[in-house]
Design a protein. Sequence first.
Length: 223
Amino acid sequence: MIIFREEHFGGVLFDTDTLRYSLIEGRPATKPDRILLAQELPSRRDILSAPVRIYFEITRRCNLSCTHCFVSSSPRAPEGMPTSRAIALLDHMHDMNVIELRITGGEPTTRDDWFQLLSHAQALGFIVSLNTNGVYAEGQRTIDQLLALNLAQVTISIDGIEGGHDQIRGPGTFAASMSSLRKLYAGGACVRVNTVLTRDNISRFRRFFVVARLLCQRSIFST
């Protein structure tokens, strides 16, 4: 699907298949599938009316304590803002014509209301993705909920093969994350793997890439 958002200079063309966008002058040559008309454009003509993509960190709480975490997430971190405030922010971003929303944390699924928030974002019409570590206390139930949401993308953080990954994220986390990745992919989800390259895992990255590619040959990889 192609989404067009009106701007002073023309607009933003967003491709929901690739999650990429471009800026164009005037109107698109072919009719887009969806058009977002601006309620009020900014007085300045050299800026966008709103972000195209927002990374929404809904919690700092996480079920892991990764050694390289840059947001100081942990099981002891607070859950975050109340549900009503998070929903109000989603509504505000929708009114601004934000197109894409990437839900992140901490580990988003540690919030009791994570499914409610993602469902609300979907209902508003956002293109919604989730960044997750793939380690779930409720296992298959969480997988089933993610599949039911039919998200644009589920990104799972995996930092190498078993020994290296577990050293960073904790014993048993590689097996848990790879199991979630396998089940999501088998269920038809668009999955992506994010890997943080370090001095400890870069020498084993090629081997990990082969393992992950064999598991999910149509996945999108980023480093």
